[in-house]
Ligand binder design. Structure first.
Ligand SMILES: CC(C)(COP(=O)(O)OP(=O)(O)OC[C@H]1O[C@@H](n2cnc3c(N)ncnc32)[C@H](O)[C@@H]1OP(=O)(O)O)[C@@H](O)C(=O)NCCC(=O)NCCS
Length: 170
């Protein structure tokens, strides 16, 4: 890894960041599901951003997934993880996802889930592959709005999960 980007601050997003977040997500059409600006605005409290010289260069967000089992807390999906191309492989993606994981662990989710085309990156962060069948109803909301693939079970994204240590959350 070249020089780590440890000094780029990661902070909670604000409404004024929404357009930049919109463009940042759109910059990865192959890897990320595009999100309407209105969706970003309405979920701005579920975004973290990395800002460098006034520009949003990284994003991570999350969504609470439906849970039918009354004995389980909902799971949370980490979404829209993006690092500007020229800044990749310098630890910023890891910092963004770890910050999002730390934040959502405070809600005591059953699991933290990702659907990703980059399983090795999430494996480095402790995620392990799971069967999509086990989380299908949880993914229904997101998958039914997908315009890229017609069936979540044949979509090439890999489902992965991380179970937070309840003692580690503040
Ligand atoms: C995936 C992404 C967020 C990674 O960000 P990044 O800043 O390059 O990642 P980091 O430098 O923090 O990498 C953390 C670790 O994962 C590894 N890693 C990162 N991307 C990887 C990849 N594509 N394949 C294999 N390993 C990868 C790094 O080597 C590093 O390993 P280390 O801790 O042993 O050094 C970035 O490449 C990106 O924005 N991609 C486009 C959008 C995307 O695919 N988002 C994820 C889907 S939700």
């Amino acid at each position: 890894m070249s020089t780590p980007l440890d000094d780029i601050p990661i902070r909670k997003a604000r409404f004024g960041d929404a357009r930049a977040i919109f463009q940042r997500i759109k910059a990865h059409p192959e890897e990320l599901v595009p999100r309407p600006l209105s969706d970003i605005m309405l979920n701005i409290d579920r975004f973290l951003v990395a800002e460098l010289d006034g520009e949003i260069v990284g994003t991570a967000s999350w969504a609470v997934l439906p849970e039918l089992d009354p004995d389980k807390n909902p799971s949370i999906e980490i979404q829209s993880v993006s690092v500007r191309k020229d800044l990749q492989t310098r630890g910023l993606g890891r910092r963004l996802v770890e910050a999002a994981m730390k934040r959502v662990a405070e809600f005591r989710p059953h699991q933290i889930i990702v659907l990703t085309f980059t399983p090795p990156f999430f494996a480095k962060l402790g995620f392990t592959p799971i069967s999509k069948e086990t989380i299908l109803y949880k993914l229904y909301k997101g998958c039914m709005n997908c315009a890229k693939y017609d069936n979540p079970l044949t979509c090439p994204e890999v489902a992965m999960a991380y179970t937070p240590d309840p003692g580690a959350a503040s």
